[in-house]
Design a protein around this ligand. Sequence first.
Ligand code: DC
Length: 227
Amino acid sequence: MRNWKIAVDGPSGAGKSSLARALAKELGLIYVDTGALYRTIGLFMVEHDIDTHDSEAVAARLGDIQLELTYKNGTQSVLLNGVDVGEKIRTPQISMAASAVSAIPAVREFLLGIQKDMARRGGVVMDGRDIGTVIMPDADAKLFLVASPAARAKRRYLELCAKGIECSFEQILEETNRRDEADRERNIAPAVPAEDALFIDNSDYGPAETVAEAMNLIAQKCAPKRS
Ligand code: DC
């Protein structure tokens, strides 16, 4: 297996996880979903009735958390104190909790070791917000994925419609704009591209075109170094 390190960063809803998962499959690498770690911290705090905006209270409980990442057939599981969190970390409530705890420096510090360990092993495609800048500054290719608010809102709208959830496109576009503003204004680890990031704007692309463009960029970046 190739020992490449590929970073995929970008704002919420740009399609990072779909791209990272597809690249991992195509290149025979492990897909590491770092957002799942923040979600698991959020889950622990919610389950223990800790206010996720109270940085001192959150920091005080981090010592009670042991995290482990396992991989089976390309699928990642997060073990929280030995128990697989499964889909419990994917609810809207836990998304909010993850967003809140991810802005707490002690939480970012706490999750540094486990992410750096995965990075050191290599053979990974990691997605997140600070992968190319903090976790894998030595990545072989650093992709930064963006899409217009309208494109992201449309995808989300169609996703919800497909699940039979009633919603309006205008409402989702407004939420997307609000979340972008909050993300831009948070002053810890905003999604900032690395200096040597390779940009992909996938506003007008389908999933396959995004993967093709990424594979092209990776081939250009990695080919001269490794035959
Ligand atoms: O990618 P996601 O939606 O699963 O991420 C959950 C939250 O964690 C999201 O609010 C952003 C944050 N996050 C982060 O700050 N840094 C990362 N490397 C990954 C996720």
